[in-house]
Design a protein around this ligand. Structure first.
Ligand SMILES: [Zn+2]
Ligand SMILES: [Zn+2]
Length: 211
């Protein structure tokens, strides 16, 4: 378990600006042992995370023997996966986002934009870069990021640093629907206890359409 690390906030980030609105960010409680939760005065929440587990590691999660979770309530199961070092180490990055959102019982009002540099608060401008899977964002102070989906990433002192924005209710519904589809690649990472948590969540109830 030597690769199990938690997020560390670098010195560059002492000021902490919200990437959505530029307002100051402060530390917030977090149910995830690997993440640091930051919240701004407009209630935009971001989770700072170190590197995601390798795909070969997270593909072992589906077959983990966890008899102690057999009759546990969904909250206890989500909490176990987010806090037990061995389980958290192999938990798929997106499943961690889903479990954290379910356990913290908080969603974004809409899908957040990355508009401001979290290090200095200056506005981001998009720039051309070779990776077609991500968008390049940079501020006029020279801080360079890449973004894809709900993630904003950069490298500080050789270490990858990723901000995950909180998902909206609609995004949670869509992501959970995706995970529950029959697909051997997803099933290898989706432990039956996590499937139960996803199915029990308010995002899987057909009659609920908002917060
Ligand atoms: Zn904000
Ligand atoms: Zn900047």
């Amino acid at each position: 378990m030597s690769r199990m690390t938690s997020a560390v906030i670098p010195e560059e980030f002492a000021q902490r600006h919200c990437p959505s609105c530029g307002k100051p960010l402060t530390l917030n409680q977090c149910s995830d042992s690997r993440a640091i939760c930051l919240v701004c005065t407009n209630d935009h929440r971001f989770y700072v995370l170190p590197d995601a587990p390798l795909a070969a590691e997270s593909a072992k999660a589906g077959l983990m023997q966890l008899p102690q979770l057999k009759s546990a309530p969904p909250e206890a199961i989500a909490s176990y996966w987010l806090s037990d070092p061995a389980a958290r180490f192999i938990l798929n990055e997106q499943l961690a986002d889903l479990l954290r959102t379910i356990l913290d019982a908080h969603v974004a009002p809409c899908d957040p934009e990355f508009s401001f540099c979290p290090f200095c608060g200056l506005a981001f401008a998009e720039f051309e870069q070779p990776d077609i899977w991500v968008r390049g964002l940079a501020c006029s102070d020279g801080h360079v990021f890449s973004t894809r989906g709900n993630k904003l990433a950069t490298t500080v002192d050789g270490k990858r640093l990723t901000f995950h924005s909180e998902h909206s209710f609609a995004a949670m519904k869509a992501l959970i629907t995706g995970w529950l589809k029959p697909d051997p690649r997803l099933e290898a990472q989706l432990h039956e206890s996590i499937r139960f948590v996803l199915l029990s969540s308010r995002f899987c109830r057909p009659d609920v359409s908002s917060v």
